[in-house]
Design a protein around this ligand. Sequence first.
Ligand code: UDP
Ligand code: MG
Length: 313
Amino acid sequence: MKLISIIIPAYNEEKNIPLVYDEIKKVFENLKEKYSYEIIFIDDGSKDKSSQAMESLNAKDEKVKYIQFSRNFGKEAATSAGINNAKGDAALLLDADLQHPPKLIPEFLKKWEEGADIVIGVRNKNKSDGIIKKIGSSIFYKIINLISDTQIIPQSTDFRLLDKTVIQEFNKLTEKNRITRGLIDWLGFKRDYIYFNADERSIGEASYSTVKLVKLALSTMIAHSFFPLKFAGYLGIAIVSISCPLGLLIFISKYILKDPWGLSISGSAILATIILFLIGIVLICLGLMALYIASIQSEVINRPLYVARRKKV
Ligand code: UDP
Ligand code: MG
């Protein structure tokens, strides 16, 4: 009998909590020969009666557990809390709003049994998403995969199953500024994918506004790439490599060859070239500084040096 931990972060989901509980219960009715389960609700400082909803489920079913935050710490903290407390042989992250359909759980378990350490739910393109959200997300994935070492699949969601070994490694990560999804991507492991359609959220409102999404995108980029930090340096190199030959050319043609091509370069053009060159030098110095900051950053977030998938030593 394998234990599966279902982790559900919830922020203002009082109506959805009983619904998602019922669905999960139904799904595991058909799996009860092979699997038992626990459901860990994380109340992320909800302002409605979410906490009462999970308490009353816990009172009638011991499989339901809960963690209640003292205030809203965000979904990333909530999922981390769930993963930290999961006791199962595998854990499954699931949204409370039924956008991650529990009826797909058997498929996740199947891929897991077939040997995947991580099973990732990938959303088929959502027709209802606005054009700005669509364009924004496609640009985001292009950029992040260009500048980062961690490959991130477009439309991959938090709807994920993690094997126990992955959970153990995840629990070793200490960085505070985290995107759960990105950290799981960074961990590597053998992964498999399940494609699904996200329905409209069942009840209530999506709490991720455009501003919140942009912030999320920015912090993902910062967490997974040093490119933004080194950008100033690259810019400096580009400027110097243009202005330096230009300056030389001007100097040679004006003062050594005495203007053989009749360019009659003005004083202000010479000044502009010198200033451009100096700005380039300053930017290169900033880029060098950024290299040190990058190395401080990677020491501070203190990721493990390596992650082993299996060990027999
Ligand atoms: N959520 C949370 N804390 C927050 C915001 C959201 O725990 O500060 C939960 C929310 O209850 C839901 C899941 O995270 O279970 C996804 O949130 P939402 O549906 O708002 O996001 P979207 O579907 O737009 O990704
Ligand atoms: Mg949702």
